[in-house]
Design a protein around this ligand. Structure first.
Ligand SMILES: NC(=O)c1ccc[n+]([C@@H]2O[C@H](COP(=O)([O-])OP(=O)(O)OC[C@H]3O[C@@H](n4cnc5c(N)ncnc54)[C@H](O)[C@@H]3O)[C@@H](O)[C@H]2O)c1
Length: 349
């Protein structure tokens, strides 16, 4: 079993092992004792994995209740958050009890937010079942729901007490959802881990445990330096500012991972145009995304993208920090005046 420890405001372990789902009762009991648990999952994941989780909990004498949401981003909303809080209260979940988030980033973000505010904060355990959740959203303590005005606009920082990752669960993902997660894996490589990109060249599924471990080590080290996202953690936005604009331009028909892949290629071209990144790196960046089944071409104009990117929630007054590769494995923030953003994006198309 691979174990990564995150030393943020609170320390916790991430355990990664194929088949771990059947032992989760043991690991939860080992870390938290015998709290009452509330499993939060979505209908798809619940159908596939709830039984295994439930029987492991029961075999360890752990009692639980279960709250199921419909799958998909639309469920990460205020109505489901309030329903979950009412469910916790009606089931007499106390401060000593805990929530289990069994699913992808949607379940993790919603359940984590509920855990962060119910009774002013109770413990929660992440059991990520998508590649994106395994390498990114289950680690680091960002929780959120979407508002009508935009994605992830309400949330709290609330670190999990334990992350239990069973890579076997990724076998039931569609190719599209799996490759979306690959975009986040590649992101870590381009930010600061060239060797991770070598692992991807062989066979992602073959090396999956090592790849997840490397990604969460990368995320943990960044979170430890800047848990509350005031500096270094912004590196994780590589490809995201423009990627987010692409998602919105497409009316969310281009998925997050695909948008991040295109956004990262645009960021690389911008960096090259500014003389910051060796021109040779562009082909390598494009080829890595292509080999993971991800797109690299953008069909929106610089004006359309800049209009949305300037409303990004990470805008700082009249400027915005784009994360740019100064070479593969070496990304840094690059401050841009919002009135120059359109012409800069033009250079990246
Ligand atoms: N908190 C953070 O730090 C952070 C970081 C990145 C992304 N996010 C958030 O994560 C969300 C996206 O997460 P996601 O891509 O995991 O989406 P998701 O949770 O919607 O899962 C994608 C789909 O896969 C299905 N699914 C999940 N696991 C499965 C499995 N093992 N087998 C078959 N189907 C399965 C789900 O039912 C869903 O339909 C977004 O809301 C994003 O804002 C949060």
């Amino acid at each position: 079993m691979k174990t990564v420890t995150v030393n943020a405001s609170k320390s916790y372990n991430i355990l990664i092992e194929k088949g771990l789902l059947s032992d989760i009762g043991y690991h939860i009991k080992n870390t938290l004792g015998t709290p009452k648990l509330c499993i939060v999952t979505d209908d798809t994941v619940g159908e596939l994995y709830s039984k295994a989780v439930e029987s492991s909990l029961l075999s360890c004498g752990l009692s639980f209740v279960k709250f199921v949401i419909p799958h998909g981003e639309a469920s990460k909303n205020a109505t489901n958050l309030i329903s979950l809080l009412e469910f916790l209260a009606n089931n007499r979940i106390t401060r000593g009890d805990a929530i289990i988030a069994l699913g992808g980033g949607v379940v993790g973000d919603l359940a984590g937010f509920a855990a962060g505010i119910y009774l002013r904060g109770i413990k929660f355990i992440q059991i990520p079942t998508t590649l994106l959740a395994a390498v990114d959203s289950s680690v680091g303590g960002k929780t959120a729901i979407d508002l009508d005005a935009g994605k992830n606009l309400a949330g709290v920082f609330h670190q999990p007490s334990l992350v239990l990752c069973d890579p076997n669960t990724l076998n039931t993902l569609s190719d599209e959802i799996f490759s979306d997660g690959c975009a986040e894996v590649i992101k870590y490589g381009i930010i600061n881990d060239r060797e991770l990109l070598e692992l991807l060249k062989v066979d992602i599924k073959e090396n999956i445990e090592a790849i997840i471990e490397r990604c969460v080590i990368n995320k943990a080290r960044i979170v430890e330096l800047d848990e509350y996202d005031n500096g270094t953690r912004q590196l994780l936005n590589l490809g995201h500012t423009i990627g987010h604009a692409i998602e919105l331009c497409s009316g969310l028909t281009v998925s997050h991972g695909r948008a991040v892949a295109i956004g990262t290629v645009i960021a690389t071209k911008i960096a090259i145009s500014q003389g910051l990144c060796p021109a040779d790196d562009l082909d390598e960046v494009i080829n890595i995304f292509k080999s993971a089944g991800l797109p690299t071409e953008c069909s929106y104009s610089a004006r359309e993208l800049a209009e949305i990117a300037t409303t990004d929630k990470k805008r700082l007054g009249d400027s915005i920090n784009l994360i740019l590769p100064y070479g593969i494995g070496n990304c840094k923030p690059y401050r841009v005046d919002v009135c120059e953003l359109e012409s800069l994006i033009e250079k990246g198309l």
